[in-house]
Design a protein around this ligand. Structure first.
Ligand SMILES: [Zn+2]
Ligand SMILES: [Zn+2]
Length: 292
């Protein structure tokens, strides 16, 4: 049984395998009628997604983005929905983040050369494809060059936080990301919190982000088990956050993959989320066309 809504999916504009059109078509075929495309740190694929959504009479498309940030020990990803993705200062900010990510990757490649484990920038870029260049791509280049035999080994020996080729990232804090999303009329939701919960960082982060204006938290996510959903749902309630959900579909396969809509997200939190959007005057940025 699929859900009527999915608030988290990736296209070729970040690290997904399907174009925005293919993604919208797959979501529609799967019975999804309220859909958000949320590429990593980029909104450029939304133009095509809106065109694709326009071919369906009964399909709501919400403009979204997933922004990367971290706290010590954990990656933190925050989804923004109903964003004004044409906002010039916002686009400039995304460009700067992209530029600093590229510079960081280049510095790591230079460090590997001085360490006597050279990889070429071309190889790193080839592994990244259309996606944003990151440490996993450098790890693959290290493997390809025969310096390591697995991606894990590349991280353990060179690329982990204390590794000799590591370069610190220049990026926004989680609360700065929430503020940035709110500045473009977005509604912010914390993505896939299971690891944050496991490491004991979730409560402190939610207290901070709630103050910054967080609205939701992903509870019905990908392969989360019923017991995990129950635990996260209770935490969402405690912080008065809407328990949202998404498949985080990338089309890359793997045992944890769920197709768009293949999550047990009930309608009640979906309605609550849309109500917040309506109250904030943000609904007009979505293509609202669903018929119940
Ligand atoms: Zn994520
Ligand atoms: Zn994602």
């Amino acid at each position: 049984m699929g859900s009527f809504a999915d608030f988290h999916c990736h296209s070729t504009f970040s690290d997904g395998r399907l174009s925005p059109t293919q993604l919208v078509d797959l979501a529609y075929r799967n019975g999804v009628r309220i859909f958000a495309m949320t590429d990593h740190d980029i909104g450029d694929g939304l133009t095509e997604a809106f065109e694709a959504a326009g071919r369906y009479r009964d399909f709501t498309l919400i403009p979204g983005i997933e922004m990367s940030t971290d706290v010590p020990g954990n990656e933190v990803h925050i989804l923004g929905h109903f964003i004004d993705w044409h906002d010039e200062p916002f686009l400039r900010r995304l460009d700067l983040l992209q530029e600093s990510r590229l510079n960081r990757a280049r510095e790591m490649v230079e460090k590997l050369v001085t360490l006597g484990k050279p990889v070429t920038w071309e190889a790193v870029e080839a592994f990244a494809g259309e996606g944003a260049v990151g440490r996993p791509h450098i790890a693959l280049a290290l493997m390809d060059a025969g310096h390591v035999s697995t991606v894990n080994e590349a991280f353990d020996l060179y690329l982990s936080r204390n590794g000799p080729a590591y370069v610190e990232r220049d990026r926004l804090s989680p609360e700065e990301v929430v503020a940035l999303l709110l500045s473009v009329g977005g509604i912010a939701t914390l993505a896939h919190p299971r690891e944050l919960y496991a490491s004991g960082n979730l409560d402190a982060l939610l207290a901070t982000l709630k103050r910054a204006g967080l609205t939701g938290m992903e509870v019905y996510y990908q392969d989360y088990l019923p017991a995990e959903i129950e635990t996260l749902h209770a935490i969402a309630s405690r912080f008065e956050l809407i328990p949202l959900g998404g498949s985080d579909y990338h089309g890359l396969g793997g045992p944890q993959q769920r197709e768009p809509g293949n999550i047990p997200l009930p309608l009640e939190p979906v309605d609550a989320y849309l109500t917040v959007a309506r109250e904030r005057g943000a609904l007009h940025r979505a293509r609202i066309a669903h018929v119940r």
